[in-house]
Design a protein around this ligand. Structure first.
Ligand SMILES: Cc1ncc(COP(=O)(O)O)c(C=O)c1O
Length: 382
């Protein structure tokens, strides 16, 4: 496959930075598109011209909630609007009862640290956290099977591992969790937008994601999906007036709960971010997630094959069906190499002793080849 099913040139014209740079850092921050720029401008214009237009702004936040729901095949009332994955996960974790026999969290060692920290913070309330080890940049299902038991309240398993791009089999983990009566929490931040993901069909019970990576958005907003029937079992302690049945009841002495996952909303929503998030997700859906996923698989394969052909070491599994578009290349002085690539207008992402190349639907094969050439040159003889 030499080209995606959509018009790649037309797509590229809508991302201004492509005129001067090769962005390959979607595992960290997506580039700005015309759509997201226009969305941010729409908010700024409204604020400048109207001073205050809360009805429109809140309507826009609801539209972003609806867009995220559509993006993951879910109902709008099963989605909460948050300001970060950390906050969304805290709203969930703080709402469990950690005093019963079922108080164990089985968390993958591939969780982004923030998610691990949220589970660890519950230890003061009685939670016990056990870790599923990462081996060679991947995680074995057998390790989940070994650790999940009748005392497990929740299993925490990211869909994509931020370090190596390794993708976990959510349905298989869900089966293991449910067989022992545990819930499955999935952080989909490193994959959502790069592939089609149907949350209700995945088997997960709770799914979170922010928007600044493959969803083509900005920091300051995140979403949380909770399977119908489960939200009502969780009583958040991280809460606020937007989590109420009627946020405008203004009754400080009454703590009721919004419908479905709305109970996990907290304070004033991230409005400008909601404008941008909706535009980013809407553009991806317009292009088509199946076609984006297919092209990302090609780009990922090219990254792995090209890195190996240049004598570089690729971390994690090499098989494209088990990876996000992110490819991690072992590199001891990754920050220096990232800076050198940036000086050549190639944006990569250093993380620990690896440089990650994370292309997305707008990248070409030539982008990948040029990034790998520059990376190999910056690293010197291996
Ligand atoms: C998989 C994953 N989860 C969570 C986060 C951070 O989430 P937040 O800063 O929204 O709390 C990141 C950030 O890079 C991430 O890659």
């Amino acid at each position: 496959m030499l080209n995606p099913a959509y018009d790649l040139d037309a797509v590229r014209r809508k991302i201004p930075i492509l005129r001067t740079h090769i962005p390959m850092n979607n595992c960290s921050q997506a580039p700005q598109s015309e759509a997201t720029r226009a969305a941010a401008d729409a908010y700024l214009t409204s604020w400048a011209q109207d001073g205050m237009d809360w009805d429109t702004w809140i309507t826009e936040t609801e539209a972003a909630r609806r867009e995220f729901a559509a993006f993951i095949g879910a109902h709008v009332d099963d989605v909460a609007v948050a300001t970060s994955v950390s906050q969304a996960t805290s709203s969930i974790a703080g709402g469990f009862d950690w005093t019963g026999d079922r108080r164990k969290v089985v968390a993958s060692g591939g969780e982004f640290p923030t998610v691990g920290h949220v589970w660890l913070a519950q230890e003061r309330l009685g939670a016990e956290v056990e870790w599923v080890p990462v081996r060679d940049g991947a995680i074995d299902l057998e390790d989940y099977a070994r650790l999940i038991d009748e005392r497990t309240l929740v299993v925490s398993a990211c869909r994509g591992y931020y370090q190596t791009g390794f993708k976990q089999d959510v349905s298989a983990i869900a089966e293991l969790a449910h067989a022992k009566g545990a819930l499955l929490y999935v952080d989909a931040y490193q994959t959502l937008g790069s592939e089609r993901f149907d949350a209700p069909a995945s088997g997960a019970d709770i799914v979170s994601s922010g928007n600044l990576k493959f969803l083509m958005g900005i920091p300051g907003i995140a979403f949380l999906w909770v399977r119908p029937g489960i939200a009502e079992r969780i009583r958040p302690t991280v809460t606020g007036w937007f989590g109420r049945e009627n946020p405008y009841a203004f009754d400080e002495a009454r703590l009721d709960w919004g419908e479905g996952a709305r109970r996990f909303d907290t304070g004033t929503p991230p409005i400008m971010e909601a404008y941008v998030a909706r535009a980013g997700m809407g553009w991806l859906r317009e292009i088509g997630l199946d076609d984006i996923e297919a092209w990302n698989a090609e780009l990922g394969r090219r990254c792995v094959d090209g890195a190996l052909a240049r004598g570089l070491t690729v971390l994690g599994p090499h098989d494209s069906s088990r990876r996000a578009p992110t490819t991690a290349i072992a590199c001891e002085d990754s920050n220096r190499v990232e800076a050198e690539l940036r000086a050549n207008k190639i944006i990569a992402s250093a993380r620990g002793s690896a440089v990650r190349l994370a292309p997305h639907f707008y990248n070409t094969m030539d982008d990948v080849d040029r990034a790998l050439d520059a990376l190999a040159a910056a690293m010197g003889p291996t």
